[in-house]
Each structure stands twice: as structure tokens, then as C-alpha cells.
Design a protein around this ligand. Structure first.
Ligand SMILES: O=C(O)c1ccc(O)c(O)c1
Ligand SMILES: [Mg+2]
Length: 627
């Protein structure tokens, strides 16, 4: 399978784009003409540079406003084409993309356009070049791939073919199944882009909001299944116009693009095995059973404070590592590891951020399959020297320097017995059962990368974006969850450093876990147990509870208990949700205790502004380090 990406998708100058595209593992490149025109080098030198980087020059684009022009304008369009053919020959590129005309003087008519393409095909053939026709969703007469195909069919020229672009088809709501009728050898090139479902002008949507397959809401997999069913065997290439990507890191955007294509084609292969013959088999997206552990890096006083917090939550110290300054804390099915080592990954995390979540362990069916899929998607393996008595647990680097370990039912599940000496601390329990979700904070620009990372590696789906109003700015939030809901992550993207999420990022040197939510089956008895243990609950405003009384049919007794314990509430048509927050610790991290009743699937988003305001009231004075 040949993969490509248009230079317009990546930030930087042409040289930076080429380097990032080559490093990410693409087969080739679409040269977007503006990127080439802005470059100082000759077309020949640019072509050579691209080939030296190990890339093919797959497509030159776009050639605009060609078909349907009358008289002298028509002659001028052919002259323009000849000049671009000169450039292509020097670049060493044999295919040009002609997008459907938006010219005010263009005339309609399928036969007129077909005749123009037949002549262009002759001129291209004379130079050994080919022409592909793409229907822009906002084209003047041609804005549907079915019409573009009819023109190509009537042009009936071996050097003239169709170019399909998922955005133009899916963005207009055209059924991608209609592609199945087109002969695969007449499709010369396929461009892919996804986009978020937002109602807006098609051209504006396309030029500013496209994103990588899987990052948006379009049915790109269905589109690609139909393409592959035609027998198409040419390049599969990304063409992403996106304002954020234009200002992003070239390397990250290129890697995300490559990851999205591998995951997409793996989905397509699974759905249409006979249509995708030459793709290596990957393990299917990995079902995560639950969170096996959350590990904090903490040392000295900060470690003592974290231990005290865990104790107030009813955790007991269950084990001490055989060879390291690491302890294991347990309650119900929850394991929290505290790592005070002076060297290694946890120590690095501590030195960079102070108290922080430095590692997350996930229970999966096969740790081996997980790591195989992750590396095929471009993730890097993580390892550090094993100490005496330690098991080799497979791990990868997540984004932002994080680490994920994978534990399966094989010998790895014995790690707690093998690596830890049991402690005889007293039994205690406040009714916490499991980890409900892990909340990660990042800049808004990083959110797409993170959601793509999780949804391509794991069997998880994304929920719609939610706006969270912080008194000092907006935070966008999106949850991703496994089908059973047993594994949930929320991603919170900060747009300014003044929000709680934003200042957490600024102080902690980048994206990481800001809070962990622990589940209970009975929030009221848990809240009472925590109160007795001295747990520092986050105090909500009295107005909050008055508003709850107005909005919901809660009986007076329940409401009194909620006031007393500072329990927040939300409900949807499936069920109810109760939340209780800790005060901030280690700077701006906090813990949440939740009870889900019925089939409630959310995260209490309507409560977020009040929770944030309450946390901000307690924010420590500026300038005190976040340890
Ligand atoms: O927005 C545009 O003009 C444009 C140009 C070339 C393309 O391939 C495309 O899909 C859109
Ligand atoms: Mg296109």
C-alpha cells in the first residue's frame, strides 16, 4: 500500500515538510503548488530532494478553473496547463490534479467538459503525463464525484482519470457506495480527509477544519471500503487543510497522519479482506479491560502528603517493592503505586513536574498484541533496566512523555505477588471499587493527537466535544471510552493558561493526568467514611445546591446529605451521577469520587464550572512550587 500526504497538510517551509513526511514513513508526497512556488530551488532540484528523502512525487496540485471556458479563455487555460506540464516534467511527477472549475465565465455541459479533458489528455500523453479530475464540493457546475466520473468516462482517454477526495464526497452527504460502480483503473488518485460535524459553508469548512481520518465525524472508512472494492491500487493520500495543523509541529502532524492511515486501512481490511490484499495483518484494536494501576512519582514531604491523602480515602499500604523505593496502595480493585526512586523514569518525571502521574497500567487480553499494534501505529517501546526480581512488563511511550504498561492474564498478572512484599497494615476500606476514569489535561492543539492515539490503539470511541466554562476561559473536553465503559479517559484541552487546566499545564511542563476518578457503589456511605477519616472534600457553594433543588426532583433528605458531604449531581435520560471532589493536592491535581446509577454515560460536565470555581477559590498563592 502506497501512502502519501499533501504538503499543505503540514506546517513549515517545503524543506521542513519533506523532512517530516519522510520521517513519518510515507511513500510519497503531493506537492501543493504554493509550497513549491515559495521555494527558492528549481523544480528539478526540488524533485531530486524529495527522491533523496526516499519519497515519490505522487501528485502536483491543484490546477484550477480549466474546463468549460469559452474562446480565448479556453486557449489560455491550455497554455497554462502546458507551463505546469513543464514544471511537472522537471519535478519528475506524472500526475496533475485538476479541480472542478469555479470560474465565473465557465460554461456547463458534460460533453463540453469531456471534450476539454480529451484534448488535455492528448497534450499530457505527448509528454508521458496523466490528468486527474476532482469534483470540488463547491464547484460551479461539477460538485459531485458522479458528475466528474461521467466527464472522465466521456473523455474516454487513457491519460485522463478521476481523483476522489473523501471530504468532497462525504462533506456533501453523497453516498460513498456510489463509488463502487467506478472501474478502479480509472481512479488515478485518492485523497482522504475527515472533518468534525459542524454546520457551515462547505468551502470554509474544507479549508479550515479538515482533520485526519478518525479525528472527525465523517464516514471515511465507508468511503475507503468503497474505493478499495473497485480494485483501486494507487496511493492513499492525506490532504488536510487545517488551521491548527498549519501552526503545529511538522513532525507530530506527519506522524499523526501516518498513524491515522495505518489504522484506517486496518479497519478497511477487516471489513473488506479481499479488497486489501497487501497490508500486513495487525492485531485488532485492543479491548482494555480496566486500569491495572496508576503510578505517581513523589518524594520526600510530597510523598508523605500523598500517602496521607490515600489513607484518608481508605487505601491501605498493601506492599513494598522488593528492590525499589516503591509502595503499592490498594482498595477494592484499585491499585495506586507510589514511586520515590532517585533514578529512572519516575525520578525524571518528579524532577520535571513534582508530584505527577508517571505511569498508567492497563489490563488487556494480550500485552504482546497491544505492543505489536502500538508499534505498527508508530508508538515507541519503553523500557528501562530491570531491577532484581522485576518482571519484564511490556510498555510504550504515550504522548507527552507518559508511559503505558500492559498487563495481561499470563504471568504478568503475578507482578504484584512477585515484585512486592506484602505489608501487614490494617484493613481499611471506604467503599471505593475501581478507577472510573482518568482525566488528562493538554493544550487544545494537542487534543486531536491524543484522541487519535487512544482510538487507533484501543477499542474505544469518542464522545462529542463539550465546552467547559472556566471563569477565566474555555476548556474543551472530550471523553473516549471502551464499548463497555470499563475504561474511560477524558481529554481536556486548554486554550489559555489562565484556566485551571491551562495553569496546570504551564506549571507542570506539559500535558499529563490532572485528576483520577474513583468509583463507589454507594457515594453517601463512602462520603461518611471519608469524613470520618479526615478526607479534604472540595466545598461547593450553597447556591449550587439550591439550583440542584430547582432543576431536579431530589427529595429533601438526599439533598441535605448532598449539601452536607459536598456531593454534586447530574442526570440524563439513562441514569444519575453523583460526584465528590477532593481539594487540590500537589499544586493543581485532585481526585474525584463518583457513583453512576442506571446507564449514565457522562462525566458531570454541567457541574464543571462550579467545580472549577471551587478549586480556584482554594488555589494556593502564586509562586509556591507545585510539589
Ligand atoms: O480548497 C481547494 O481549493 C482545494 C484544492 C485542491 C484540492 O484537492 C481540494 O480538495 C481542495
Ligand atoms: Mg482534494
Amino acid at each position: 500500500m502506497k501512502t502519501g500526504i499533501a504538503t499543505v497538510s503540514i506546517s513549515g517551509n517545503l524543506e521542513e515538510k519533506i523532512e517530516a513526511i519522510a520521517a513519518a514513513g510515507f511513500t510519497g508526497i503531493e506537492i501543493f503548488e504554493q509550497d513549491f512556488i515559495a521555494d527558492l530551488r528549481s523544480p528539478k532540484a526540488v524533485g531530486q530532494r524529495i527522491r533523496d528523502a526516499g519519497l515519490e512525487v505522487m501528485l502536483f496540485q491543484p490546477f484550477r478553473d480549466f474546463e468549460g471556458l469559452p474562446g480565448p479563455l479556453r486557449a489560455k487555460a491550455f497554455d497554462r496547463a502546458e507551463r505546469k506540464f513543464d514544471v511537472m516534467q522537471q519535478l519528475g511527477c506524472d500526475l496533475v490534479l485538476v479541480c472542478s472549475s469555479v470560474h465565473p465565465e465557465a460554461l456547463g455541459g458534460i460533453d463540453r467538459a469531456a471534450a476539454d479533458f480529451a484534448e488535455l489528455g492528448d497534450r499530457a500523453a505527448a509528454r508521458g503525463l496523466r490528468v486527474g479530475y476532482e469534483a470540488l464540493a463547491w464547484g460551479r457546475y461539477v460538485n459531485d464525484h458522479r458528475d466528474a466520473w461521467e466527464i472522465v468516462r466521456r473523455a474516454d482517454h487513457p491519460n485522463v482519470g478521476l481523483i476522489l477526495d473523501s471530504f468532497h464526497t462525504l462533506g456533501r452527504g453523497i453516498d460513498p457506495e456510489t463509488i463502487r460502480r467506478i472501474p478502479g483503473d480509472k481512479i488515478f488518485f485518492v485523497q482522504l480527509a475527515d472533518a468534525p460535524a459542524i454546520e457551515m459553508d462547505l468551502l470554509y469548512w474544507s479549508r479550515h477544519f479538515r482533520n485526519m481520518p478518525g479525528e472527525g465525524d465523517l464516514q471515511v472508512t465507508d468511503f475507503m471500503r468503497a474505493v478499495m472494492a473497485t480494485g483501486y491500487s494507487g496511493p492513499i493520500s492525506l490532504e488536510i487543510f487545517n488551521d491548527q495543523f498549519r501552526g503545529g509541529s511538522p513532525g507530530t502532524i506527519a506522524q499523526d497522519g501516518h498513524r491515522s492511515l495505518i489504522a484506517l486501512m486496518d479497519d478497511v481490511r477487516r471489513a473488506e479482506p479481499e479488497a486489501v490484499p497487501d497490508l500486513p495483518l495487525l492485531p485488532a484494536p485492543i479491548p482494555v479491560q480496566d486500569t491495572a494501576f496508576v503510578e505517581f512519582a513523589a518524594q520526600g514531604e510530597a510523598l508523605a502528603r500523598l500517602e496521607q491523602l490515600l489513607d484518608s480515602l481508605g487505601f491501605r499500604r498493601a506492599g513494598r517493592h522488593v528492590s525499589k523505593a516503591v509502595t503499592l496502595w490498594e482498595q477494592g480493585g484499585i491499585r495506586i503505586v507510589l514511586n520515590a526512586e532517585q533514578t529512572g523514569h519516575a525520578a525524571n518525571a518528579w524532577n520535571a513536574r513534582g508530584t505527577t502521574v508517571c505511569d498508567i497500567g492497563l489490563t488487556v487480553g494480550s500485552a504482546h498484541d497491544t505492543v505489536t499494534r502500538a508499534t505498527a501505529l508508530g508508538a515507541k517501546l519503553f523500557s528501562q533496566p530491570l531491577g532484581p526480581g522485576e518482571l519484564p512488563i511490556p510498555a510504550i511511550r504515550g504522548l507527552g512523555g507518559s508511559v503505558l504498561h500492559f498487563i495481561d492474564d499470563g504471568s504478568l498478572s503475578e507482578v504484584w505477588d512477585v515484585e512486592f512484599l506484602p505489608e501487614t497494615s490494617v484493613e481499611q476500606n471506604a467503599g471505593l471499587t475501581r478507577i472510573d476514569h482518568i482525566a488528562q489535561t493538554m493544550t487544545y492543539d494537542e487534543m486531536l493527537s491524543w484522541s487519535l492515539f487512544y482510538t487507533t490503539l484501543f477499542d474505544m470511541a469518542k464522545a462529542p466535544m463539550v465546552d467547559v466554562v472556566d471563569p477565566d476561559g474555555l476548556v474543551r473536553s472530550r471523553a473516549i471510552a471502551s464499548p463497555s465503559g470499563d475504561f474511560r479517559i477524558t481529554l481536556n484541552g486548554a486554550e489559555t493558561h489562565r484556566t485551571l487546566a491551562g495553569s496546570f499545564l504551564a506549571e507542570g511542563f506539559g500535558a499529563t493526568v490532572q485528576h483520577v476518578a474513583l468509583a463507589t457503589d454507594d457515594i453517601f456511605s463512602t462520603a461518611e467514611a471519608l469524613r470520618l477519616r479526615g478526607f479534604p472534600a472540595l466545598e461547593m457553594s450553597p447556591n449550587y445546591f439550591d439550583d440542584l433543588a430547582a432543576r431536579f426532583d431530589l427529595d429533601a433528605e438526599t439533598l441535605d446529605l448532598m449539601r452536607r458531604y459536598n456531593i454534586l449531581y447530574d442526570a440524563d435520560d439513562k441514569g444519575e451521577f453523583f460526584q465528590l471532589y477532593s481539594q487540590p493536592f500537589a499544586g493543581q491535581m485532585f481526585l474525584e469520587i463518583v457513583e453512576r446509577r442506571g446507564g449514565y454515560e457522562g462525566y458531570g460536565a454541567p457541574n464543571a464550572p462550579f467545580r472549577i470555581a471551587a478549586l480556584k477559590r482554594l488555589q494556593r498563592p502564586k509562586g509556591i512550587p507545585a510539589t
